[in-house]
Design a protein around this ligand. Structure first.
Ligand code: AMP
Length: 414
């Protein structure tokens, strides 16, 4: 065995430190909003995704890690986490009282994707879902949290791209108008779009094919065909965003890739790396909980990919701040017992110290410390042991000094 599975990679070093930074920021910011973490299994019965994400989506049609387990049940490694979270909410009957349930998750997702830069077959997402509230206020609360999270990570040039995809009730009117528009120039659309006009016409709006995008010029927009309640919802949402100074633009071609979205659909755009690009998307999915066998429950949520976010942060800020702990090197048996004792005191005082436990020659320890990028070696030899001190070597400069044991906490903090 010489390599990891195609599309799956190890996380370590600087990239993992960025992941940790992102995750810690998420726990802090989401916790402040009252969101609680949920962790669902990586394997779910395939039905969970087929019934939620939708058979016509690329994810279900082409990208699922789906197999029969030893009991011949079809299971799938989660390609996203919303379906699993909803399944859990329904299983635990957490939605029956109509209390708002604010939840977030983070973890690995799996999609059998074509290989390309920045796309992996195991990748990570963080997402937040709010259940039980249909109001535009709940959407703005979630979006404000998302902006605080991204700004907390040092992203600055953020804006929202916004659309409403209407409701199952208002969609037939749009579909009819769009069908007429499509039929009048059908030869300009790609084969996939010809399939979509039958299965999910809205999806034509975000076809990646430049020819289709050109053919869409002047298309009927979903917003024109909204029912009154959805129209009022959309207007109120925009007013609230303006009140909070969250910048947005309307984008009539923005539709989410999954079948269960209703009303608000959005993406967050960033121009922190030059050209504006989408960092993530999300929206309202009022139909999903019922579709998965739960009570009729409105919901709003989003998910962001960590792989790409970590890459953006690295490009913006360089390496994630990191300093290896100093290495405490005892020389001889008596010193090594004392070093364990001292280190334990310092660890419980919250200090960072790594202990050399190999009992090897000093030279070898110092070479390892250099290779690991350590800045300080704290050496406890016979002479120091007797005086209650340490010989402290600054590995970058070679300078050496002596610290009393008692002074170590304040010195290390300095
Ligand atoms: P989606 O669930 O497709 O809307 O994607 C949500 C987030 O997950 C986006 O921010 C994507 O960048 C990220 N994402 C989706 N698929 C992959 C993948 N194969 N590799 C890395 N990130 C992904």
């Amino acid at each position: 065995m010489s390599s990891s599975v195609k599309g799956m990679r190890d996380l370590w070093g600087d990239e993992l430190r960025w992941f940790r930074r992102i995750e810690e920021t998420a726990h802090r910011v989401f916790g402040a909003h009252g969101y609680r973490e949920i962790r669902t299994p990586i394997l779910e019965y395939t039905e969970v995704f087929k019934r939620s994400v939708g058979d016509s989506s690329d994810i279900v049609a082409k990208e699922m890690y789906e197999f029969l387990d030893k009991g011949d049940r079809s299971v799938t490694m989660r390609p996203e986490n919303t379906a699993g979270v909803v399944r859990a909410m329904v299983d635990h009957k957490l939605l029956v009282n109509n209390d708002p349930q604010l939840l977030y998750y983070m973890g690995p997702m799996f999609r059998y994707e074509r290989m390309q830069a920045g796309r992996y077959r195991q990748f990570w997402q963080i997402g937040a879902e709010s259940f039980g509230v249909a109001s535009p206020e709940s959407e703005v609360e979630s979006l404000a949290m998302l902006f605080d999270f991204l700004q907390g990570l040092g992203l600055k040039s953020l804006s929202l791209s916004l659309n409403s995809v209407g409701t199952p009730e208002s969609r037939p009117a749009f579909n009819a108008a769009f069908r007429a528009f499509f039929d009048a120039r059908a030869d300009r659309f790609c084969e996939d779009c010809h399939r979509r006009i039958e299965t999910n016409p809205m999806r034509i709006l975000d076809c990646k094919n430049p020819g289709c995008q050109a053919a869409l010029e002047g298309h009927p927009t979903i917003v024109e065909f909204l029912d009154d309640a959805s129209k009022a919802h959309h207007t109120r949402l925009k007013e609230l965003l303006t009140t909070l100074d969250i910048p947005f633009t309307e984008n009539s071609r923005l539709v989410r890739g999954l079948d269960y979205y209703t009303r608000t659909a959005f993406e967050v755009l960033s121009s922190d790396l030059g050209a504006q690009s989408a960092l993530l998307g999300g929206g309202r999915y009022d139909g999903l909980v019922k579709q998965l066998g739960g009570p009729d429950t409105p919901a709003f949520g989003w998910a962001i990919g960590l792989d790409r976010l970590a890459m953006v942060l690295k490009q913006l800020h360089g390496e994630a701040p990191f300093e290896p702990a100093p290495l405490l090197i005892p020389l001889g048996e008596a010193a090594s017992a004392k070093a364990l004792q001292l280190a334990r005191e310092w660890w419980s005082a919250g200090l960072r110290v790594q202990l050399e436990t190999r009992g090897c020659p000093l030279k070898k320890s110092l070479q390892s410390a250099n290779r690991m990028g350590m800045k300080l070696a704290l050496i406890l030899g016979d002479g120091e042991f007797e005086k209650g001190t340490l010989a402290v070597k600054h590995l970058e400069t070679g300078a050496q000094e002596e610290w009393a044991w008692n002074d170590v906490p304040s010195r290390l903090k300095g």
